[in-house]
Design a protein around this ligand. Sequence first.
Ligand code: 5GP
Length: 156
Amino acid sequence: MRGVTWSLPPQAYKLRDMADTIFTKILRGDIPCHKVYEDELVFAFLDIGPLSYGHTLVIPKEAAATLDQLSDESAAAIGRVLPRLCRAIMAVTGAEQLNILQNNGPMAHQAVFHVHFHIIPKPSVNQGLLIEWAPGKLDRGEGAKLATALSTALEE
Ligand code: 5GP
């Protein structure tokens, strides 16, 4: 993925205060976009800086900054339509592979603080999303503790 530059250090961004973004303006029709799909809860349009042909953004109409702040209803609505959007993008672009990317927070490369899912066709090794992946090793004991902590957190 291309580098993102920040006018402020990542810590300076207050994610919860950044609901009125460029995507809100697109949803309101204040700035134009190439719309691909719309329903009651979801909107999809072409990314203005595509990593590959067909790069599409899928957003909830709900103004949540990051995924953890999004309602189950909007998340479900996006989940319901994502496979259909992928199929259309694959059919039209001819790409048989793709990445779904969803960034949360400036350190995680989020530039627009309105939840969005990227659908990025991967037509060749050098096009689309380029990922640096540096896996560690999961310790069995630490893994057991962590999985328990997460399960417990999910019950709260
Ligand atoms: P992020 O880095 O936040 O996950 O991705 C934000 C994406 O929004 C980028 O890929 C960028 O090209 C796209 N984007 C930013 N501003 C606009 C805009 O005004 N119109 C459209 N269509 N896409 C935008």
